[in-house]
Design a protein around this ligand. Structure first.
Ligand SMILES: [Zn+2]
Length: 252
């Protein structure tokens, strides 16, 4: 770095990657920065202002747990799959998620994973294995990363549990769930979308299945069902955020 660019870096403050405002938190993210640099062996590669950071607050404990599908289908073999979803899809979360998906801001997904990790630890969530909901090969290549993995990885480091990609994979590109508004069509769209990679032995394991956002729960339900059918002892679905209102009475 030349002296000139270094000087410009000092003179021109960073913009917040979420709102575009003045990122005034760069030397003041305490625990998050420590965990980030420990996990990734580098400084975090995104910037956030205090206003956006202060909007990243988990919901109260009684609002974090849901059933995966609030209206299970008839003859559903796993009607009670639990979904842990501690952040509301509103405010700064709803602005940041498109930045991750369409703006390539992998660092924000990692921040979400760290936050989710602390909340999950605090909630006493345990698992033998953590795995992200996979993207299709085409979507992953287009985006360059799977945001669910970027969230799952720091979560696994904080819970001190292994994180594995590829336990299940997408058989086909299902298109974007977010572009389908009809609930029945969303279910049909992801039906049969996943398959288990038979080289894994997950017999009896308690698996934490991670995604960024869950809306109807169909995607997670479909992926969780494939894991259960492959012998998993239990699957807990875990989405960083969502806008569901119906929740479980009995925590998982
Ligand atoms: Zn901001």
């Amino acid at each position: 770095m030349s002296i000139i660019t270094e000087a410009l870096g000092v003179l021109a403050p960073h913009k917040c990657d979420v709102c575009g405002g003045f990122a005034d938190n760069d030397d003041n993210m305490g625990m998050i920065d420590r965990v980030y640099s420990e996990i990734y062996s580098c400084r975090r590669d995104f910037h956030i202002c205090s206003e956006c950071l202060s909007g990243l607050v988990p919901q109260t404990k009684d609002k974090r747990w849901f059933t995966c599908l609030s209206n299970p289908v008839e003859d559903d073999p796993y009607p009670d799959l639990a979904l842990f979803m501690p952040f509301a899809y509103s405010g700064v979360v709803s602005s940041a998620v498109p930045m991750i998906k369409f703006g390539g801001r992998k660092g924000i997904a990692r921040l979400f994973g760290i936050l989710l990790g602390f909340v999950a630890l605090n909630e006493g969530i345990q698992a033998d294995l953590i795995t992200p909901v996979p993207l299709s090969k085409a979507r992953r290549e287009e985006r360059g990363f799977n945001q669910a993995f970027e969230i799952a990885y720091p979560l696994g480091r904080i819970l001190e549990r292994p994180v594995a990609e590829g336990v299940i994979r997408r058989k086909r590109n299902t298109g974007k769930q977010s572009e389908i508004t009809d609930t029945t069509l969303r279910a049909v769209n992801v039906s049969g979308a996943f398959e288990f990679d038979g080289s894994w032995d997950i017999e009896g394991l308690r698996i934490l299945l991670v995604d960024d956002v869950s809306t109807t729960g169909f995607t997670m339900k479909e992926a969780a069902t494939v894991l259960m059918e492959a012998g998993a002892g239990d699957v807990l679905c875990c989405a960083f955020s969502g806008n569901r209102q119906i929740k479980n009475d009995e925590p998982f």
